[in-house]
Design a protein around this ligand. Sequence first.
Ligand code: GLN
Length: 196
Amino acid sequence: MVTIGVLALQGAVREHIRAIEESGAKAIQIKHREQLHEIDGLILPGGESTTMRRLIDSYDFFTAIQEFGEQGKPIFGTCAGLILMANEIEGQDPAHMGLMNMKVARNAFGRQVASFEAELAITHVADDFNAVFIRAPYVLQAGPEVEILATYQDRIVAAKQGHYLCTAFHPELTDDNRVVEYFVTMVKQSLKTLAS
Ligand code: GLN
């Protein structure tokens, strides 16, 4: 069984743990960077990206997470996690971890429409996924190596670059686990690739 960690400094941690366990993987909360050695894949949850970044720095996670990714281990960022993964953030320089070649806009659906749900077609995952958006970002531009998995009102809301996955919405907030199941499949695949 693969083990997936959820960065547990801030944000929607417990919901991801449940979704991972229901998707047939072992889930652990990651509170110290040494724990990254125990996991095969990592989820950066939703929450508030500037707060999460501050905590990532205080707990000395920044380089450790980048190195985790450089080893070919999958990382999945949801909402604030997507913002943390981008190499460019509109109106904010520098960006955070720069794992994916994309420019993102924060709170991009407007502060008034803070939260909404929409049914999305997501490549590799589902034609009818009910996505929950909460003060969500979206991807403004993506490099050629980024595969666009879903759009909503012509805005990119799910993408993949090799072993990195991101969604602007919160797949862990419904009991439809198909996005998390897809990430579990990516983690299993990466273990085969890393072993060969
Ligand atoms: N708008 C938040 C941010 O900029 C993200 C919101 C979320 O993760 N639900 O970090």
